[in-house]
Design a protein around this ligand. Structure first.
Ligand code: UTP
Length: 223
């Protein structure tokens, strides 16, 4: 059976304008993938950033900022899981725990400080020898600069993990940092040769095309 790991940005799932119909369509899409094993790692999004920026102003340590972020990702994961599964009250707290679960769709959040949920997704993809790692974010893929702030940003339909590592490095910058793929995740994608695509998770059609192996709008990270 095909295994797919999805890193679903909190910026997609919990944006101020995420509509109820989006949740319904996402649920339908995920439940229709009966021939696949799917792991979804949910990010923190605006609620995590809200806590982190307040806590940072209160001079709380970086480790505790990460802990706050992790707690929020787990609440977000429970929010998604509760839409897909009945009687779900706990979500896995580690990659090992997630891999052991005998469920078609496994949903989790963050694990330990020092990286984002993209890294957790890369770890899961590596651990399960996944066929594909999908990073579903709130822009159409990888650009040379933030397309929400720069109209002239150049889109890459293909870019190597090595090129991205050379440009951005592999370090974890700080809690709440907002790169399309974080440094530690990029390093893992590169080292473990993880087949990775970056797509706009707001677009259910794009999501569907990726899962159905059809052509899609997004970036393929070559390894
Ligand atoms: P995210 O993975 O959501 O980061 O984790 P993000 O870059 O804000 O991504 P979006 O907005 O969901 O797309 C939120 C914060 O939680 C902590 C980090 O501080 C991160 O910035 N975190 C998350 C960890 O420390 N470890 C984890 O495994 C996951």
């Amino acid at each position: 059976m095909e295994t797919i790991v999805i890193s679903l940005g909190g910026s997609v799932l919990l944006a101020d304008d995420t509509s109820i119909s989006y949740y319904e369509e996402l649920r339908k899409l995920l439940l229709s993938q009966t021939d696949k094993k799917i792991f979804i790692v949910v990010g923190g999004g605006p609620p995590a950033r809200n806590y982190i920026s307040r806590a940072r102003s209160l001079k709380i340590s970086e480790d505790l900022l990460d802990a706050l972020g992790i707690a929020v990702t787990r609440v977000n994961a429970l929010f998604l899981a509760s839409q897909l599964q009945k009687n779900i009250y706990m979500i896995p707290h580690s990659v090992q725990e997630a891999v052991r679960l005998n469920q078609k769709i496994v949903i989790m959040g963050g694990t330990t400080p020092g990286h984002s949920t993209d890294f957790v997704g890369a770890e899961l993809a590596s651990e399960t020898l996944a066929d594909l790692f999908v990073i579903a974010t709130n822009v159409d893929g990888v650009f040379d600069k933030d397309p929400r702030e720069n109209e002239d940003a150049t889109f890459f339909s293909n870019i190597s993990a090595l090129e991205l590592l050379r440009k951005y490095g592999s370090a974890w910058n700080a809690a709440g940092s907002n790169m399309v793929v974080d440094g530690p995740a990029l390093q893992k994608i590169h080292d473990e040769h993880i087949k990775t695509v970056v797509i706009n998770g707001n677009n259910i059609k794009t999501f569907q095309n990726v899962l159905d192996h059809q052509s899609f709008t997004g970036t393929t990270i070559t390894v």
